[in-house]
Design a protein around this ligand. Structure first.
Ligand code: UTP
Length: 418
């Protein structure tokens, strides 16, 4: 590596008071030195400190005008309504114009599991299934039912891309036609600790992490995924996370409903039972579809009902979305805002010892997928039954843990087989 690079890197670090990142430089191998200098030169320090400083001064008071977002309830559709929507949706599926995107680039920091979250094995005694396998089986069921092969796109991140691909290889892609599986990497940003410093993950590596599931649109465009989808004739795309073991990636009902109502985007929701549960709900902000964070919801708002006694702000987000290719194209050109998340991230201390925190110690900056909805006048929101479609795994101790997910998964499939 050119000594110019070292000088340049030192200048940058000095400007942003980050000289500690070269603390172990002299002890590194030539390869490691190169790696570290390249990383320093590729990081946009201006951007990350701007995000950090703005996130400290922003007050998150709700300044926009709030109104409810209307929703449909699957349970109140008549049989003929369901048949009609499903038939519209099935026609689209049979025309091979539907794709699935699984967002699996997250850190899974709350679960604290070593490896990509999708490789986590759920113990469904006597068998164990990884979250990737569960997702794959869900799409394969639709393939079989409609005699199609749905193109499956999986978003990974720098941190977990290699391990994810290896896992698919070792498991023979769980029987999915491998030509129809495409991986693409999302963007990343450095993590900042509470002292406003970047951290070393290894003596030669600055800790960076995926920049949120809302980066999916930009990443699809940057990685040529959007072009590929257009070439394949894809018209509708379903987006879901990797950690909901009851996620229905392919839902002709939602698809048909959205097409019938002439909308471009749709989401599923579940009813928020407890008024003050820490869950974000759907709403409209300044007349546009949006998400209302739980911090902005008080008891009065949560208890608000319309004249028919229906709650106005109780439709909880479950990270299950549907968008037309045109809608995705549109938002892939928009820079979504960044939100700050407080997370646990291990780091190398001044003595060169790896520290694993037992509580959050650093900030991650993330785009959220639902911020894209603000760019549309309306959307379809369909409330589904949480027992049938929502069993996420978030951590080992909260309500969304592997045991609760396993229980719901087994219960659902037992009743589905009867
Ligand atoms: P979460 O917000 O639950 O984050 O992601 P996470 O990374 O899985 O876990 P924590 O918060 O660190 O504990 C919801 C979904 O969005 C994906 C995740 O992989 C998961 O499927 N996601 C999240 C991404 O694809 N990229 C990201 O940058 C963040």
């Amino acid at each position: 590596m050119d000594s110019d690079y070292l000088t340049k890197a030192k200048d940058i670090l000095k400007k942003y008071h980050q000289e500690h990142l070269l603390y172990f430089y002299d002890e590194l191998s030539d390869d490691e030195k190169n790696k570290l200098l390249n990383q320093i030169l590729s990081i946009d320090f201006e951007q990350i400190f701007r995000l950090y400083d703005n996130s400290m001064t922003n007050n998150f008071a709700l300044t926009q005008e709030l109104s409810p977002l209307e929703h449909f309830e699957k349970s109140s559709f008549s049989k003929s309504e369901i048949d009609r929507y499903v038939s519209i949706g099935e026609n689209v599926l049979k025309q091979n114009s539907f794709a699935v995107v699984t967002m699996a680039g997250g850190q899974g920091s709350r679960l604290g599991y070593h490896g990509p979250k999708g490789t986590y094995l759920l113990n469904l005694k006597p068998v164990k299934k990884s979250l990737f396998q569960i997702m794959c089986e869900d799409i394969l069921r639709a393939n079989k039912k409609y005699s199609i092969t749905i193109p499956w796109f999986i978003m990974t991140s720098d941190e977990n891309d290699m391990a994810t691909k290896e896992f698919f290889e070792v498991n023979n892609y769980f029987g999915y036609p491998r030509d129809s599986v495409t991986f693409f990497k999302q963007g990343k940003l450095p993590i900042i600790n509470v002292d406003r410093n970047l951290m070393l993950q290894e003596p030669y590596l600055i800790r960076e992490a995926s920049n949120g599931n809302g980066n999916v649109f930009l990443s699809m465009s940057k990685n040529g995924i959007l072009d590929e989808m257009k070439k394949l004739g894809i018209k509708w795309i379903s987006f879901g996370g990797i950690d909901n073991v009851l996620l229905k990636n392919v839902d002709p009902l939602l698809l048909g409903l959205t097409i019938d109502k002439n909308e471009q985007i749709a989401s599923k929701s579940i009813f928020k039972k407890e008024p003050l549960e820490k869950t974000a709900v759907y709403c409209k902000k300044d007349g546009k579809p949006a998400i209302l964070d739980y911090c902005d919801i008080d008891l009065e708002l949560s208890e608000k009902k319309d004249e028919n006694g229906k709650f106005l702000y109780r439709e909880a987000n479950m990270l299950s979305h549907l968008m037309s290719i045109d809608a995705v194209d549109k938002v892939s050109k928009i820079e979504l805002p960044y939100h700050r998340a407080y997370k646990k991230n291990s780091f190398v201390n001044d003595e060169g010892v790896k520290q694993v925190p037992d509580k959050p110690n650093s900030f991650k900056f993330e785009n959220f997928i639902f911020d894209a909805f603000l760019y549309f006048d309306n959307m379809i929101l369909l409330r589904v039954n949480a027992d049938e479609e929502f069993a996420p795994i978030k951590d080992f101790t909260g309500i969304y843990n592997p045991d609760t997910a396993k229980e719901k998964y087994l219960k659902f499939w037992k009743s589905a087989e009867v």
